[in-house]
Design a protein around this ligand. Sequence first.
Ligand SMILES: *Cc1c(COP(=O)(O)O)cnc(C)c1O
Length: 393
Amino acid sequence: MAYFQQKHAAGRHFLQIPGPTNVPDRVLRAMDNPTMDHRGPDFGKLGAQVLARVKQIFQTEGHVVIYPASGTGAWEAALANTLSPGDAVLMCRTGWFATLWHEMATKLGLKAEFIDTDWRRGADVAAIGEALAKDPQHRIKAVCVVHNETSTGCTSRIDEVRAAMDAAKHPALLMVDTISSLASIDYRHDEWGVDVTIAGSQKGLMLPPGLSFNAISAKALAAAEGAKLPRSYWDWRPMLAANATGYFPFTPATNLLYGLDAACAMLLEEGLANVFARHDRHAEATRRAVRAWGLEVQCAEPRHYSSSLTAVRVPEGHSANGLRAVILERFNMSLGNGLGPLNDRVFRIGHLGDIGDLQVVGTLGGVEMGLRAAGIPHAAGGVQAALGYLAGN
Ligand SMILES: *Cc1c(COP(=O)(O)O)cnc(C)c1O
């Protein structure tokens, strides 16, 4: 039963927001161990093992640092470690999270420039290439892209962004927010030449909120030596020095690290390729349901469809928040709200993390019943369309 629930509701609550996601029992059991001495002899073994495992999830041989912080903290760590006051950074306004990261960069004293989108597709790679070509002085020190824009359900093609930066022969760092894509959508820190990857614990990694990550390239580490933004808590250098023996410079979130160790083990047992294929399949089933209902997916570019979540537009004159309230009240399921200008215009179905076919079918069943109960014009048959796809593929 949910901690603050007033009275018992039979069955499991469906937490189908695009993060935090459902925490599997194996991860909960792992966290349910005694908190240990983080300077004692055993901690180093846990630290070393979990740091080694998590690198495999980022597909990197380089360093990954772990902060007791939400994803927002890891955004700040990425910027503060590599940049200096007044540096220009090129960002892509793909949605609400990109907007917040831009706001942070401005507050930190960076000159943050924006390339816009209509919030219905990923980053405009051609525009990034053009902006870099127009910068022979190399004023731009970093290109920042959100891999999976959680507010819109649109992904950006990081391999193409890398290719555009290479074609322009531009030395800017590439920083990528994978907070809602890591361990859900294929992501390759090393192969795609990313300099700093930012991630969080509470989405594809199937953990509660509270941890965040920077994966760091050699080039980013070199930039950190000359960077002049003030940094103390977020400084990579004492972290990496302590991590070398499996320890941390301050108190780590010990029990979340037990959980992270278990979550990495589960992802590696399933195999990352299978994890990504599972998410792709559930996203396709969801989009088929949405189309059968006669509703529109927010992402208008099929190459940019997200496998973590689907944002669904409600017909003009109807309330997405009203629909979500009915679904919570009647069917005990939480769906994501629309953020910023999309508030009340879309609802977001999270299908990332520890999810199997029957959770997807149950989720879509709750949405279809909700559409009916809330009086939102739609056609029946979305769940049927998803069943057909899942059974046949
Ligand atoms: C959730 C999310 C964030 C914010 O992370 P917090 O853990 O809430 O600080 C940032 N970017 C993206 C893409 C996200 O999905």
